[in-house]
Structure formats: C-alpha cells, structure tokens
Design a protein around this ligand. Sequence first.
Ligand SMILES: NC(=O)c1ccc[n+]([C@@H]2O[C@H](COP(=O)([O-])OP(=O)(O)OC[C@H]3O[C@@H](n4cnc5c(N)ncnc54)[C@H](O)[C@@H]3O)[C@@H](O)[C@H]2O)c1
Length: 282
Amino acid sequence: MDIIEGLPQGRALDILESAPILRFNSHLVGTNNYQETANSDVVIITSGSSRKPGMTRDELLLTNMSIITEVTHNVVNYSPNCIIIMVTNPVDAMTYLAIHISQFPRNRVFGLSGVLDGARFSTFITAELKASVEDVFACVLGQHGENMVVIPRLSTVKGKPITEILSPETIDKLVERTIKGGAEITNLLKTSSALYAPSAAVAQMVEAIILDKKEALPCATYLQGEYGIKDTVISVPVKLGKNGIEQIIELELTAEEKAQLAKSAGAVRELINTMQVTRGNQ
Ligand SMILES: NC(=O)c1ccc[n+]([C@@H]2O[C@H](COP(=O)([O-])OP(=O)(O)OC[C@H]3O[C@@H](n4cnc5c(N)ncnc54)[C@H](O)[C@@H]3O)[C@@H](O)[C@H]2O)c1
C-alpha cells in the first residue's frame, strides 16, 4: 500500500512474477486503498521519508510523525486485531507514536531495529574472522541510531565471547562501523537507504510471528520498568510468537552496559518529548 498510484501495483506484480521461479504460491496485490488491506494479521509500516546522505534518522522525526499518525489511524480502522511492525525512522519514536495512536497493547506494536543492527555487527565479525555466519551471534540493544548499544561481551563466535578472540581496537572498529552501518550504505547509494538487509530482518520477525516460533529476537519494544527504563521504546530481546511479543527477556548487564542503555533510552525519550510538544502546539 502506498499513496503513489501505480508504485505498489508495479512492485507487487514484479514480485509476483518471481513466483514460478522461486516456487511460491502466495498471491500479492499492491494498492492505494486501505480497504484492500482489511483484516490483516500483520501490518508492516514503512511509509515515510528515508535518510539522504548526511542526514540522521532523528531529522526525519517531524515529517514522519504526521505520516505515521495518519497511517496508523487507517491501519487500526481496517485491521483492528493486527500486529504492527514499525520500520519507519526514527523507528523507536515511531513505534512509541503508533502505540499511542493505536491504543494497542505493547505486545502488538514493536519495531525493526536490533535484528538489523545485530545482522550488521555479525557481518563485520564474520568478515574479520573469516568465520561462518552460522557460528556468529551479535548482541545489539538500545536506540536504532547514534546511541545504539553494542555489547561485545555477549557477542559470540561458536559460543565464545568476541572479547576473548579480538583485540579491543578491532572490536571498537567493528562497533563503530555497526553504529554507522545505515549511513555507510546511504552514502554509497546516495538516493536511497538500505533495503535488502532490512527486508530480510522484517521477514525473520514476521516468520517468528506467523509460525509461532517463540524466537528470541531484539525488537524496538515499549518498556515499563524492564532494564530500569520506563515509558520509552528501545530495542531489547523479546520472545516473538503468534501474539507478537510474548516475553521481554532481561539480560544481565554490567553497570556500564546498563548506563549505556539508560543513555540510549534518554535519547529516544528526547524525541518523544519533541513529538509531544509538537502535538501540543498543533
Ligand atoms: N527500522 C529500520 O531498521 C529501517 C531500515 C530501513 C529503512 N527504514 C526506514 O523505513 C522508511 C522507508 O524506507 P524506504 O527506503 O522504503 O523509503 P522510500 O522513500 O523508498 O519509501 C517510502 C514510501 O512511503 C510512501 N508514503 C509517504 N507518505 C505516505 C502515506 N501517508 N501513506 C502511505 N505511504 C506513504 C512514499 O510514497 C514512498 O513510496 C524510512 O523511514 C527509512 O528510514 C528503517
């Protein structure tokens, strides 16, 4: 679904025509009309602007705030029982907004961030060690943005923490590249932001829900005291199943990691405050 006529229809047809080659029987339609999306089980919201080179995700806040307000109202009207996966940036603030607008419980509204950020860190660890992606686990929490919290202590290769395998300098370099992972791609592409890894990450989240996998995945989640954080959204590991978020997993963090997470939550809180002031002034 998109507001541009022809765009979603063309995209859907293009994907549908790959079905005989990839051997899937799902039917796809593109539309400019919410009616055709009625009674969806899962709605993935990607409407809105993306970053151009040099922009931060936070700079999208006010433009995307009005788009997400409108889109969420329509989604709720037509699919009152759906699970919403927010993708639009800044994703933590947009997830908060969608919870507020939809009035859905927090288990049914969450965002894409940790799965993608973790995949980026995994990619760089894998390349550095010439390892297999299957053996690498990366732990990335917090805001999807400058204040992302990468946790090397809990990131492993074949179960062994990378802090025991790589030098602190190398880890710092990989962490830095992960935090700037989205910008690196935007700077290369110039006219668009990342597409393939984000799509794969959302697909993993949707599969966990539809197949009721109870899979532990980090998602942008509304916290109500977990990790000592209240009334804000950041990425933490959750168990995803047919009810959406079925459990929030609280990792044991060191005092320093907890402080980093609190700072990250504070940065999201500032964006939420800006939205609240803007809404108040409208
Ligand atoms: N959370 C993440 O990890 C992550 C990863 C990648 C992209 N993103 C974000 O996802 C969003 C989409 O990225 P993209 O690359 O697909 O951007 P894009 O510009 O290609 O697509 C966005 C689409 O939204 C449509 N749109 C605008 N207003 C709308 C409205 N009111 N109703 C319906 N559709 C509307 C536009 O017509 C456009 O086609 C961006 O905000 C981007 O930053 C987030």
